[in-house]
Design a protein around this ligand. Sequence first.
Ligand SMILES: Nc1ncnc2c1ncn2[C@@H]1O[C@H](COP(=O)(O)OP(=O)(O)O)[C@@H](O)[C@H]1O
Ligand SMILES: [Mg+2]
Length: 151
Amino acid sequence: MLELKLEGLGKRYKEKMAVDHVNLLFTNGIYGLLGANGAGKTTLLRMICNILRPSEGEVLCNGSGIQKLGGDYRSMLGYLPQEFGYYPDFTAWRYMMYLASLKALPKEMAREKCRELLELVGLLGEAKQKIKTFSGGMIRRLGIAQALLND
Ligand SMILES: Nc1ncnc2c1ncn2[C@@H]1O[C@H](COP(=O)(O)OP(=O)(O)O)[C@@H](O)[C@H]1O
Ligand SMILES: [Mg+2]
């Protein structure tokens, strides 16, 4: 059971209050975040991912602040941003294994997990192809696979 709690979370960019005192509790399950362009969705997600430091409040994972958890939090987290970086000359397999190693997965476990995830997103047959030969949708699916490397 995982509990993610946003406590009075806020982000200010100069005079612009992008996220204003958000209190939310997430437990296991699927959540969606809806809002108009500029409503603050990306800013909120970046704070949840500990990429952006809140101006106010904090994010707690099972009761502990994520800034303090640092690497322990990152080892649980998966994130697929709108735009994500990849090396076009890497094969899908190499890309997944590379990210698995950045996430410190042991090699045997990484191989198993990459195979499983590439199968899940329907790219196992294309695993040895370079990403530059992929369509936009295939690249997106590869992004989903990497976001699922952790639990
Ligand atoms: N780095 C930044 N500097 C200044 N203002 C920003 C920055 N990032 C976002 N904003 C502003 O904060 C508000 C929320 O943006 P954002 O979180 O990207 O919204 P959404 O993802 O919901 O479209 C917008 O008004 C946007 O212009
Ligand atoms: Mg956005």
